[in-house]
Structure formats: C-alpha cells, structure tokens
Design a protein around this ligand. Structure first.
Ligand code: ADP
Ligand code: MG
Length: 255
C-alpha cells in the first residue's frame, strides 16, 4: 500500500439538502504531487476539500487515505464516517489552510503553531516547540514567534497558518484559496512558501483563483464546473491548450 495515493476520491456525491453540489467527482493526489482545483465560485471546490478531510458528510462515493477507504455507517443523507479513530487519523494527516487564516487571536504565533500537536496529538511540549520554531523559520517569520496574530500582516498571518499546518507533520496539505484574502504584494510571499513546499515534494491539494500559481506549482490541474470535472490535465496542457469552451471562457475571465 506504500505507493497508494495519499488522497483518492471516487465518484463523490454531495448535496446540501436537495441541492446537489458534487455530482460524481474522482480526484487522486499521489504522494509528492500537487493537484490544483480551479473553477468559478460555487463550482464545488471548497466542498470537495472539506469532504476529503471529513469536515463535511457526503452521500455517495469512496474516499481513500493512503489506500485505506473511509468506513461508513448508513447510506445517502444518513451516511456518516463509522470509525472516530479513523476520522481523527485522516483529519490530523490532512492539514488544512484556509483563506481567512483562522489563527487564534488570544494565542501568540508560537502558541498557535504548537496548539494542535500538543493538545490533539499529545506530543511532548519541548519537542513541539523546537519543531514550531523550525517551521516558523521555514516560512520566514521566526522573529514573530512571540507576536500576537493582530500584530502581523495578512501575508505573515497566512505564513503562520502554514507553519501551524506543517507542525502537524501531515501526509498532505489542503489549501482553500490561501492567497485570495491578501493584497497582491503580500500574495507573493505566500506563493513563494507554497512553491518551496511543492519543490520539496509535499503532497498538496490546492484550491486557488491564482492561475499563475496553479500553473507554476501543480503537477495536475482539475477544472470544475457545477460539481463535475469539466476538464483536467497537466498545467501546460490545461492552460496552454484548453479544450472545453467553458474552460476557455473561465481562463479569459481570470486574466
Ligand atoms: P466553491 O468553493 O467552488 O466556490 P463551494 O464548494 O463553496 O464552491 O460551494 C458549492 C455549492 O454549494 C454552492 O452552490 C454553494 O452555495 C453551496 N454550499 C456551500 N456550502 C453550503 C452550505 N453549508 N449549505 C448549503 N449550501 C452550501
Ligand atoms: Mg470556495
């Protein structure tokens, strides 16, 4: 099973009540690969990410983590993950970075990065602190360890959120529009960190509106339209010679 993809979703279906938003989607993120999800607002990108780490229920289809299928209990709208230990294992191994950073304002940057490894994983505090400082250095804000989130720029806060995700030492990172709350000049400092992570062979699933970043960092790009994959492929192919008219129109609208 060692070469199984870190994340695999097969024929995923998800509805909010009677609103069907994911209508049979397959996505695979092999180890060391970066897969980007692009598409218009409302096409289902965030929902797919949230289904992957089981923050959201889904009604049909399989979700596999390193070849291990999620065990379900019930069917359709009653379907829930059956094994809380499996849910915890998957969630702690797929660390999510959100558009709005979601740092805890009452904790320092260092405390933010240390919180989950200490409280959720039960790791030794001193070891976690050393790791947290290492990851803060890595994202270029080692000097902000004792600052409060409100004292940091948006780009610095997002880099802190990335350090926090890394400190969980997850199998993969999930990014939901990591740069879209940032001013263009701050966006670049976050893009540089994500690029460096891609270069060191991290497995990542990235939802982004930044087509340049998607083209630069991805091994595979998936274009979603109304809950279905409209087109997918290597970035050169997808951005260089898009086949579907919808993708062509979408790419025109984003440049
Ligand atoms: P994207 O991230 O591509 O913009 P989303 O996954 O957020 O798209 O949303 C897909 C669809 O699901 C949209 O029509 C959205 O309005 C709907 N949706 C998202 N979250 C909820 C929710 N909690 N309750 C009801 N509908 C939702
Ligand atoms: Mg979204």
């Amino acid at each position: 099973m060692s070469d199984a993809p870190v994340i695999e979703i097969r024929n995923l279906h998800k509805a909010y009540g009677s609103l069907e938003v994911i209508k049979g989607v397959d996505i695979t993120a092999p180890k060391g690969c970066v897969v980007s999800l692009i598409g218009s607002s409302g096409s289902g990108k965030s929902t797919i990410l949230r289904c992957c780490n089981l923050l959201e229920d889904s009604q049909q289809g399989d979700i596999l983590f390193k070849g291990e299928p999620v065990k379900w209990h019930g069917t359709g709208h009653g379907r829930r993950p059956a094994d809380p230990k499996q849910v915890l294992r998957i969630r702690t191994n797929l660390s999510m970075v959100f558009q709005q950073f979601n740092l805890w304002s009452h904790l320092t940057i260092l405390q933010n990065v240390m919180e989950a490894p200490v409280t959720v994983l039960g790791r030794d505090r001193d070891e976690v602190e050393a790791k947290a400082r290492h990851y803060l250095d890595k994202v270029g804000i080692g000097d902000k360890a004792d600052a409060w989130p409100a004292q940091l720029s948006g780009g610095q806060q997002q880099r802190a959120a990335i350090a926090r995700a890394l400190c969980m030492e997850p199998e993969a990172l999930l990014f939901d529009e990591p740069t879209s709350a940032l001013d263009p000049e701050l966006e670049q400092e976050v893009v540089r960190v994500i690029k460096a992570l891609a270069e060191e062979g991290r497995t990542m699933l990235i939802v982004t509106h930044d087509m340049k970043m998607a083209a630069d960092v991805s091994d595979h790009v998936v274009f979603l339209h109304q809950g279905l994959i409209e087109e997918q492929g290597a970035p050169d192919q997808l951005f260089g010679s898009p086949k579907s008219e919808r993708l062509q129109g979408f790419l025109r609208s984003t440049t």
